[in-house]
Design a protein. Structure first.
Ligand code: GTB
Length: 218
């Protein structure tokens, strides 16, 4: 049975790969699992059929036979546990790689999301200009800590793992911000992630959906 994931039928990022289906596609590509995509409109994401898959009405979701999953961290962890390629064999190294997955979504991503929310939704507020430097300071604080830990290593803990897949996916959200310019080792880390053939296939696949949607509209 082919795995099915859901994704935006028309991503608001214009196919830049920032929506979270990209990290699931990337994990599927890393472990060599073929998949189909069910493109979703915003309206369909709030319908009962999709809410049964994803209680918060979001993408992506993952279906493999009877198993239906949501939350990208859980989906990537599931794939990494079931197939070779994303987690080390050694039990302690495996646990550390999983810790990096949690660090990505639980420690590094939240201030990045806070910054995006501020820039997207709070720009007209009287306090926006005062607040933004504080929000960006919290992002920089995490980037500095991560940069210090990564130092001159290629990946966070030995070989590339699901921890790196999640961390690179989170950092990608800052790509156009210029904030990574102050942390050359993080910029290089991001570039290493993006250069992986599996990432490139995942990026191209999500971009193709956007391009097809554009053509259909014209
Ligand atoms: N914690 C969940 C997970 O990791 O799976 C979060 C899922 C999530 O945020 N999904 C977003 C969604 O469905 C899409 S990825 N949003 C619609 C809704 O909540 O109604 C977030 C996202 C959206 C758009 C861009 N973009 O255009 O740049 C980037 C990221």
């Amino acid at each position: 049975m082919t795995i099915i994931i859901t994704a935006f039928e028309r991503s608001p990022d214009g196919g830049r790969g920032l929506a979270r289906d990209t990290r699931v596609r990337w994990a599927l590509e890393e472990v060599g699992q073929p998949y189909d995509v069910r493109p979703m409109s915003f309206a369909a994401m709030k319908e009962p059929t999709h809410l049964a898959r994803q209680p918060f009405g979001q993408i992506p979701t993952f279906e493999d036979g009877d198993l239906v999953l949501f939350e990208t961290g859980a989906i990537v962890l599931h794939l990494a546990g079931r197939h070779a390629g994303l987690l080390p064999d050694d039990a302690n190294a495996r646990a550390r790689a999983i810790a990096w997955m949690f660090a990505a979504v639980n420690t590094v991503e939240p201030p990045i999301l806070e910054r995006e929310t501020a820039r997207l939704l709070e720009r007209d507020a009287s306090w926006y200009e005062q607040r933004l430097p504080h929000v960006e300071g919290r992002v920089r604080h995490r980037l500095k800590q991560l940069s210090e830990r990564l130092a001159d290593a290629d990946w966070l803990d030995g070989a590339f793992s699901a921890g790196d897949l999640m961390m690179v996916s989170v950092l990608l959200r800052l790509k156009s911000s210029g904030m990574l310019d102050d942390y050359p080792n993080l910029a290089a880390y991001l570039a290493r992630g993006e250069a992986r053939p599996a990432y490139r296939r995942a990026f191209a696949a999500q971009r193709a959906i956007f391009t097809t949607a554009q053509k259909t509209e014209i």
